[in-house]
Design a protein around this ligand. Structure first.
Ligand SMILES: *Cc1c(COP(=O)(O)O)cnc(C)c1O
Length: 376
C-alpha cells in the first residue's frame, strides 16, 4: 500500500456529478473567464468569510502582488515578512518594487516572531505581512498592536488560511487585506490555479478589481487607470470551487480527525516532535489542518526511507527565504535567522487530505517507528 503525499481523486469522483452540472451551465453561457460563476463565487465567499469585498484572480501569487499594489506599496518601501514561508510571500513584495525585510519565526508556532518586528521598522517600512502557516494564524493581536503604533498596513498572506478564524474574523480580514489560494493541494483546491483577494477596504478592492484586468474598470474597457495585469479566474475553476465549498467543513473535520490520529500514533516516538500541535493547546479546536508537520533530527534520512516505502512527504520549506540566491543583494547571512534555519533542516509534512484513510495514517506512523527502531 503506497501513500501519496496528496490525492483528491476519490472526493472529486464523488463530487463530480455536481461539478459537471455546473460546467454544463458554463458551456451554455459561453463566458469562460470572470463570468457568472466567478461572480457567484465572489459573492458566496463574501458571505462565507464575512468580507465586504472578494476579488477573484488567477492564483494567490498574483493576489499578493495585486493586494500590495492596491494598498499602495511600491518602490522604496519596505515590508516586514517572515523568512520561513512559500516563496511568493517575499517575491510579491519584490515584484511591486519594494524590499522584503525578513523576520525570524517563533520556533514553536512557525509564525513570524512578533518580538522581533519592531526592531526591523525603519522610516521606509510601510507594512507587515504575516503568513498564516499550516494550521493556525499568526499572533494577529500583537501584529495589529505594532502596526497601529507605527502606522503600518497589515497585509496578510492568508493563502493557506481558508476557514481560519481569529476572534470571529476570517483570516485576511484582521489586517487591511488578505489572499486565499485555491491551488489544488490547498484546503479548498481547484483543478488548476485560482486565487482571491479579500478585504473590507473599499479603495483596496476597487484598485484590485482594476489591476486584475489591465487597470480598467469593468464597465469601461480600453481605458487604463493603472498599468495592471491579466489575472482573471476561469469560470471552470469557480464552478469547481463553488461545488467543493459545500463539502469544505466536512473535509476540514476529516483533516482534524486524521491529524488527531497522527498525534496519538506518533506520541510515543521520542525522535519525532510536533511543535505546532503542542504549542497551540487550547487553540487546537480552531485549527484548520492544511499541513501536518513534524520535526525530527534525521529528517532527510527519514524522508528517504519513507519515500523508498512508497510514502510521499513534502519538506516545508527546505531553504529559508533570506538565503535564496535571488535575495543575495539583501546581504543576509547564514545564522541570521536561527529558528527558521533550524526548522528548514528538521521539518517535514506528512500526507494529510480528506481522502486519506486511517489505515494509511497507521502505515505512515508504523514506517516512521520502524525507521527509528532500525536506527538505534
Ligand atoms: C500556496 C501559497 C501561496 C501561493 O499560492 P498560489 O495560488 O500557488 O500562487 C502563497 N503563500 C503561501 C503561504 C502559500 O502557501
Amino acid at each position: 500500500m503506497s501513500v501519496a503525499f496528496f490525492s483528491g481523486a476519490e472526493s472529486f469522483k464523488q463530487q463530480w456529478p455536481l461539478i459537471s452540472d455546473k460546467l454544463d451551465q458554463i458551456l451554455d453561457e459561453g463566458k469562460f473567464t470572470n463570468g457568472p460563476a466567478v461572480q457567484e463565487l465572489e459573492r458566496t465567499l463574501e458571505v462565507f468569510t464575512g468580507a465586504k469585498h472578494c476579488v477573484a484572480v488567477g492564483n494567490a501569487t498574483d493576489a499578493l502582488i495585486i493586494m500590495l499594489r492596491a494598498a499602495g506599496i511600491g518602490a522604496g518601501d519596505e515590508v516586514i515578512v517572515p523568512c520561513y514561508s512559500f516563496f511568493a510571500s517575499a517575491s510579491s513584495i519584490a515584484h511591486v518594487g519594494a524590499t522584503p525585510v525578513f523576520c525570524d519565526i517563533n520556533p514553536s508556532t512557525y509564525m513570524i516572531d512578533v518580538e522581533q518586528i519592531e526592531e526591523r521598522i525603519t522610516s521606509r517600512t510601510k507594512a507587515i505581512m504575516p503568513v498564516h502557516l499550516f494550521t493556525h494564524m499568526a499572533d494577529m493581536n500583537a501584529i495589529n498592536r505594532i502596526a497601529h503604533k507605527h502606522n503600518l498596513l497589515v497585509l496578510e498572506d492568508s493563502a493557506e488560511a481558508i476557514s481560519m478564524f481569529h476572534e470571529g474574523q476570517h483570516a485576511g480580514l484582521i489586517g487591511n487585506a488578505g489572499v486565499i489560494s485555491f491551488f489544488p493541494t490547498k484546503t479548498l483546491g481547484a483543478i488548476g490555479d485560482a486565487g482571491l483577494i479579500l478585504t473590507n477596504d473599499d479603495s483596496i478592492a476597487l484598485e484590485a478589481r482594476r489591476l486584475r484586468i489591465h487597470g480598467q474598470d469593468e464597465g469601461t474597457p480600453y481605458i487604463h487607470h493603472s498599468v495592471g495585469y491579466n489575472s482573471r479566474m476561469d469560470d471552470i475553476q469557480a464552478a469547481v470551487l463553488l461545488t467543493r465549498l459545500q463539502f469544505l467543513q466536512r473535509e476540514i473535520a476529516r483533516r482534524a480527525y486524521l491529524a488527531a490520529s497522527y498525534n496519538s500514533m506518533l506520541a510515543d516516538i521520542p525522535q519525532v516532535s510536533t511543535p505546532i500541535v503542542e504549542s497551540r493547546g487550547d487553540e487546537a479546536a480552531n485549527a484548520v489542518y492544511y499541513v501536518y508537520l513534524i520535526e525530527t533530527e534525521k529528517r532527510d534520512e527519514l524522508v528517504g526511507y519513507l519515500n523508498s516505502q512508497g510514502i510521499g512527504t513534502e519538506v516545508y520549506y527546505p531553504h529559508p527565504l533570506h538565503l535564496q540566491p535571488c535575495f543575495s543583494h539583501l546581504n543576509y547571512q547564514e545564522g541570521d535567522m536561527p529558528a527558521a534555519e533550524r526548522a528548514a533542516q528538521r521539518a517535514v509534512g506528512l500526507p494529510l487530505y480528506p481522502d486519506l484513510t486511517e489505515e494509511q495514517v497507521s502505515k505512515v506512523c508504523g514506517q516512521i517507528r520502524h525507521f527509528f527502531e532500525k536506527e538505534v
